[in-house]
Ligand binder design. Structure first.
Ligand code: PEP
Length: 244
């Protein structure tokens, strides 16, 4: 999209209060964060109020890993966007493959959540990605277009798309630079022709670490990364944020 790069930490269901406090305290001391990088952290829901109190919002931006698409009501175990806003969340990860798999989230649920987040003036980070079987059987382009078609509303410039191949998450397997760029081009063309979207952020996610991050950022069209495992390790995330 441009100069600004989004570095999104997805802490998943990791870290207790003490560990989160330590990681945030260390991150706050980081002096040389790359000037074009936005450091976005998505903790577990229970950690959000704590992290919100700890951060300086000019330095660290808060996000969540999900939200419900209804304002309030009888939805046991779910979290409302009202509370996310009260706790200074600016971004919401939607449709992560772990939610699609573990919580049976369909494209149509993802779409409702994306629309709800946009309506509430937060920024959705919409995850798409194919399975290994779909990649091997050469169905991945069809699958990705279908996900984009079903999950992304029209006319939403500046939306964030996170391409996360399921086979890459937590596996150490990373697509080649050409493969990442192929999906970037597919997304760009599809959003322009079918959704009237010209400007969007394209993130790559899946086994990103400080080593491969530099290569991916310098040699592809990505606008940043969605980072799971490596975001829990201060040394790793420090190298990523300072591009050192
Ligand atoms: C993720 O699940 O969002 C992710 C990118 O995980 P990891 O970096 O651990 O592969």
């Amino acid at each position: 999209m441009g100069q600004v790069k989004l570095i999104v930490s997805n802490w998943k269901m990791n870290l207790d209060s003490k560990q989160a406090t330590r990681l945030i305290t260390n991150l706050k001391k980081l002096k040389k964060i790359h000037p074009n990088f936005k450091n976005i952290i998505c903790p577990q829901f229970m950690l959000i109020p704590l992290v919100s109190r700890l951060i300086n919002q000019n330095q660290i931006i808060l996000g969540s890993q999900d939200c419900h698409y209804i304002n309030e009501g009888a939805y046991t175990g779910d979290t409302s966007i009202k509370l996310l806003k009260e706790n200074n969340c600016k971004y919401v990860i939607i449709g992560h493959s772990e939610r699609r798999h573990n919580h049976k989230e369909t494209d149509s649920i993802v779409r409702k959540k994306v629309e709800h987040v946009l309506l509430n003036k937060l920024k959705p980070i919409v995850c798409v990605g194919e399975s290994l079987k779909q990649r091997k059987s050469n169905k991945y382009k069809y699958i990705l277009k279908k996900q984009l078609n079903n999950c992304i509303p029209t006319n939403q410039n500046h939306i964030v798309i996170a391409y996360e191949p399921i086979w890459s998450i937590g596996s150490g397997l990373v697509p080649t630079l050409n493969e990442i760029n192929e999906i970037y081009s597919l997304t760009k063309l599809f959003l322009r022709n079918n959704k009237k979207i010209k400007d969007f952020y394209f993130l790559y996610g899946g086994s990103v670490n400080s080593e491969n991050f530099k290569k991916i950022l310098d040699n592809t069209d990505v606008d940043g990364a969605l980072i799971g495992g490596a975001s829990l390790n201060f040394k790793e995330i420090k190298k990523i944020l300072t591009k050192s």
